[in-house]
Design a protein around this ligand. Structure first.
Ligand code: NAP
Length: 293
C-alpha cells in the first residue's frame, strides 16, 4: 500500500489514522483551514497534486446540535464525500468514507441490533446530511467502503469522556445527571483507524458497521471511565427528557459489525476492554489535558 490521503487529518479520528498509516510511503493529511474539500475545485486540485491510491474521509461537520440551524453542515457531510467519490471513480482510487449511527432513527426496540441492511431513517439534520454523503459515495464510486461508527472517543479532540471528567473535576462532590436511556457501543478512534486500514488494504467494498462489541448507556460509560481512572464521581442516571436537547438522539444505536465478521475482519473487542486499552494508553494525558497541565 502507498499514497494514502487522510481527509480531516486534524480531527479525533484523523489523527489516529495518521498514526496507524504512518509506515506507508506517500502518506498525507489535509484539513481546514488549509483546504476546504467541500469546494469541488479545491478538492480536485488537492487530489490531482497528491494522487492518492487510498482516500480515507474522516472530515465532517460533527457538531450535531449546531447542524439543526447551520445548513452549511451539508457542505462537509454531503457535498465533500461526493467530490471525493467523483475523483476516486475517475482515477481508480479506493475511498473509505466514515459515517454514523445517526443515519438511523434509533427507534428499533431495545436491545435489537442494527445490521447494515437496516433501512436508514435519520431524525436529525446531522443524520440526514451524513446519509446524503453515504448515498453520494455509493452512487458515484463503486470502489468504496462506508464505515458507520458510533459514540467515538479518542486521545485528541473533544469527546463525551473528556467532558464528563472535566465536569467532575470542576464540581467535586456534586451530583451530575447522565442520560441512561440511550444505548450504543462506545468506540475508540484508534481501533477504528486500525479497522479502516484493514478494510483499505483489502479494498473491501460496501457498507460496514464498525463499532465496539456489546453496548451500554451514556451513564454506564461515564461511570466506567471515571472508575478506570480512579476518580471519585457522583453520576446520577436520568432520562433523555430530563436532558433537553435541540436534536432528537437515537435511543437504540447498537450497531452490529455483521459485514466485517462475515469477512473475518472484525477487530473490535467489547467496549469495556476497548475502554481499558484507551485508559492505559491515554489516561494520564487525558487527565493532564483536562486539568490544564
Ligand atoms: N464523534 C463522534 O461521536 C462520531 C460518532 C459517529 C460517527 N462519527 C463520524 O466519524 C468521523 C470522524 O469524526 P471525528 O469525531 O474525528 O470528527 P472531528 O474531530 O470533528 O474531525 C473532523 C475534521 O474534519 C474537518 N473538516 C470539516 N469540514 C471540512 C472540510 N470542508 N474540508 C476539510 N476538512 C474538514 C474538521 O475541521 P474543523 O474542526 O476545523 O471543522 C475536523 O478537523 C466523521 O465522519 C463523523 O461523522 C463521529
Amino acid at each position: 500500500m502507498k499514497n494514502v490521503l487522510i481527509i480531516g487529518a486534524k480531527g479525533q479520528l484523523g489523527r489516529d489514522c495518521l498514526d496507524v498509516f504512518k509506515d506507508v510511503s506517500g502518506l498525507n493529511g489535509v484539513d481546514l483551514p488549509e483546504a476546504d474539500l467541500s469546494d469541488p475545485g479545491v478538492c480536485r486540485d488537492v487530489l490531482d497534486r497528491l494522487q492518492p491510491e487510498i482516500i480515507v474521509n474522516c472530515a465532517a461537520y460533527t457538531a450535531v446540535d449546531a447542524c439543526e440551524t447551520d445548513k452549511s453542515c451539508w457542505k462537509a457531510n454531503a457535498e465533500l464525500p461526493g467530490n471525493l467519490a467523483d475523483w476516486a471513480a475517475e482515477n481508480g482510487a479506493f475511498l473509505a468514507h466514515i459515517s454514523t449511527d445517526y443515519i438511523f432513527s434509533g427507534d428499533k426496540p431495545l436491545f435489537e441490533v442494527l445490521l447494515e441492511t437496516e433501512p436508514p431513517a435519520p431524525v436529525s439534520e446531522y443524520g440526514r446530511s451524513k446519509l446524503a454523503g453515504e448515498q453520494s459515495v455509493m452512487e458515484r464510486c463503486a470502489n468504496s467502503a462506508i464505515l458507520r461508527t458510533a459514540w467515538l472517543y479518542g486521545g485528541s479532540g473533544k469527546n463525551f469522556l473528556k467532558t464528563m471528567l472535566r465536569l467532575t473535576l470542576q464540581n467535586p462532590g456534586k451530583e451530575l445527571k447522565v442520560v441512561s436511556d440511550q444505548f450504543g457501543s462506545p468506540t475508540w478512534s484508534y481501533t477504528l483507524a486500525r479497522q479502516i486500514r484493514a478494510v483499505a488494504e483489502r479494498r473491501a467494498g460496501g457498507i460496514f458497521h464498525a463499532s465496539s462489541e456489546e453496548y451500554c448507556s451514556w451513564y454506564d460509560l461515564a461511570c466506567r471511565f471515571l472508575g478506570k481512572l480512579g476518580v471519585e464521581h457522583h453520576f446520577v442516571p436520568c432520562t433523555s427528557e430530563e436532558f433537553p436537547s435541540p436534536t432528537k438522539r437515537p435511543t437504540n444505536s447498537i450497531l452490529e459489525n455483521a459485514h466485517l465478521k462475515a469477512l473475518g475482519m472484525n477487530l473490535f473487542k467489547g467496549w469495556e476492554d476497548e475502554l481499558s486499552d484507551f485508559v492505559e494508553k491515554h489516561g494520564e494525558s487525558v487527565m493532564a489535558e483536562v486539568q490544564g497541565k
